[in-house]
Unconditional design. Structure first.
Length: 137
C-alpha cells in the first residue's frame, strides 16, 4: 500500500488509529497544580500542562507533536497537533452529579471526510482515590 496510506485508505498513522481505538478499562489521574497525568490500565501515561501554552513532544515514531491544554471552568481541554496536519482535541469533565468522568476525543485529518468523535464514560471508583475513574457499563 504505498504513498503513506494504511489499511483504511487514509494517511492517518496506524499509531493514531490504535490510540483512538484504545478503550482502557480504567484510568488513574494524578492532578497537580502544574500538570495532569493520566495513566491507563496498560500503564501508558500522558501528561498535560494546563497553562494554555504549547508543549512539544514526540510520538512513538519520533515525529514532533505539540499539545496545548487549558482549564475552561471545570473542563480540561487538550489540543494536540499531529504529523500530516492532523488534530486531536480531547475534553475531560465530570458529569453533573460528579460520579462519572466523560472524555470526548475529536480527531480531524485532511484525509477523512469529516471529524471522528469518540465519547468514553468512566464511573468514579469507590475503592480508589477520588481522582481515579473506571468505565461505566
Amino acid at each position: 500500500m504505498g504513498g503513506g496510506r494504511n489499511r483504511t485508505g487514509s494517511t492517518v498513522s496506524s499509531e493514531e488509529w490504535d490510540r483512538l481505538a484504545a478503550n482502557p478499562k480504567y484510568l488513574r489521574i494524578d492532578q497537580r497544580s502544574d500538570q495532569v497525568v493520566i495513566i491507563d490500565d496498560s500503564d501508558n501515561s500522558r501528561t498535560f500542562y494546563p497553562d494554555g501554552k504549547k508543549h512539544d513532544d514526540k510520538d512513538q515514531d519520533g515525529a514532533k507533536i505539540t499539545t496545548k491544554a487549558s482549564w475552561e471552568s471545570d473542563v480540561l481541554t487538550a489540543e494536540t497537533k499531529l504529523p500530516h496536519s492532523e488534530k486531536l482535541t480531547e475534553t475531560f469533565r465530570l458529569n453533573d452529579d460528579g460520579k462519572q468522568l466523560i472524555i470526548v476525543s475529536r480527531f480531524e485529518a485532511p484525509s477523512l471526510n469529516g471529524p471522528l468523535s469518540i465519547r468514553r464514560v468512566y464511573d468514579l471508583s469507590k475503592q480508589a482515590a477520588p481522582s481515579s475513574a473506571t468505565p461505566s457499563k
